[in-house]
Design a protein around this ligand. Structure first.
Ligand code: C2E
Ligand code: CA
Ligand code: CA
Ligand code: CA
Length: 278
């Protein structure tokens, strides 16, 4: 799979001084990478559990590094998130996601897209305006875009984050609570924020395969989501057995390598138009 190179930047690092100069070098390279268009988005399809129809696709960033090959987000996003680079990266990512979705639409592929939003973005006041402007510029209906936010993103400044997400929701953008079950204040967050969707973390999904208590938890999480009017996505579906189990436990949608890994945009479109999925 394309995520096999996590930690490649850790090789040969020693001591804090080493870490600091390594981080500075990486920071400069990533800044240049955005300008030189070395970042790319891959798209992982999300399928209806009942029918297999592809309902949407999640955009996942990769760095096409000239020497190191395709780098997964885990090897550079944490560093970007420690600096203002995450803001530049997010503007790039949102522009790219919206442009791609509009391109697909024009080509007759009606595919809603999800973009991951870093915690740091929830205090950038420009965010709702920037998003609504880009959607308008590409004439894309706002409901074609879902923003995925993790629970942990919402704990540091909950009131401010809630106001911003409320603004986006009012503009018609969909909101998804990502990695559900890994945070602390899940219930409070679900109560306070206008989510459309909940994604059950892949850790849960994997554990549920082997353990009855975990399966019971997944079932009640699905139930909770449904009672709150949310659609529920099971992610990290690595095999047939997980797909079947999550469907039985009531998940509406499934995502994972067993169904399809994240793909370049044109490969996904080719797959969809050839009827190769769903
Ligand atoms: P996430 O939002 O939970 O995304 C799902 C991750 O699970 C992706 O990893 C995806 O490739 C991986 N995955 C998909 N199917 C399977 C499976 O069957 N088994 C397993 N074990 N993993 C699977 P990826 O692409 O490495 O992204 C990791 C995280 O980095 C994402 O987790 C998300 O939090 C963050 N991320 C990725 N792209 C972006 C981005 O453009 N912006 C922001 N802010 N964060 C991003
Ligand atoms: Ca996500
Ligand atoms: Ca997730
Ligand atoms: Ca995650």
């Amino acid at each position: 799979r394309d995520g096999a190179r996590v930690g490649v930047w850790d090789a040969g690092m020693a001591g804090t001084a080493g870490v600091r100069s390594w981080e500075l070098a990486l920071h400069a390279q990533l800044r240049a990478a955005i300008a030189h268009r070395e970042l790319v988005l891959h798209f992982q399809p999300v399928q209806e559990a009942a029918t297999g129809r592809v309902a949407s696709a999640e955009a996942l960033v990769r760095w096409r590094h000239p020497e190191r090959g395709l780098l997964p987000p885990g090897s550079f996003l944490p560093m970007a998130e420690r600096s203002s680079l995450i803001i530049d990266l997010t503007w790039w990512e949102l522009e790219e996601v919206i442009a791609q979705c509009a391109r697909w639409s024009r080509a007759g592929v009606h595919l809603p897209v999800s973009a991951n939003l870093s915690a740091r973005m929830l205090v950038v006041d420009d965010l709702p305006r920037m998003i609504t402007r880009r959607l308008a510029a590409y004439r894309l209906p706002p409901e074609m875009l879902t923003l995925e936010i993790t629970e942990s993103a919402l704990v540091s400044q909950p009131a401010r984050a809630a106001a911003m997400l409320g603004e986006l929701r009012t503009a018609g953008v969909k909101l998804s609570l990502d990695d559900f079950g890994t945070g602390y204040s899940s219930m409070e967050i679900l109560k306070a924020l206008p989510f459309d969707e909940m994604k059950i973390d892949k850790g849960f999904v994997m554990d549920a395969r082997a353990s009855l208590p975990d399966a019971a938890i997944v079932r009640s999480v699905v139930d909770l989501g449904h009672r709150l009017g949310l659609r529920v996505v099971g992610e990290g579906v690595e095999d047939e057995q997980s797909a079947r189990m999550l469907t039985e436990l009531g998940c509406d949608l499934l995502q994972g390598d067993a169904l399809s890994p994240p793909l370049p945009a044109d490969e996904l479109a080719a797959l969809l138009t050839s009827g190769g999925m769903g």
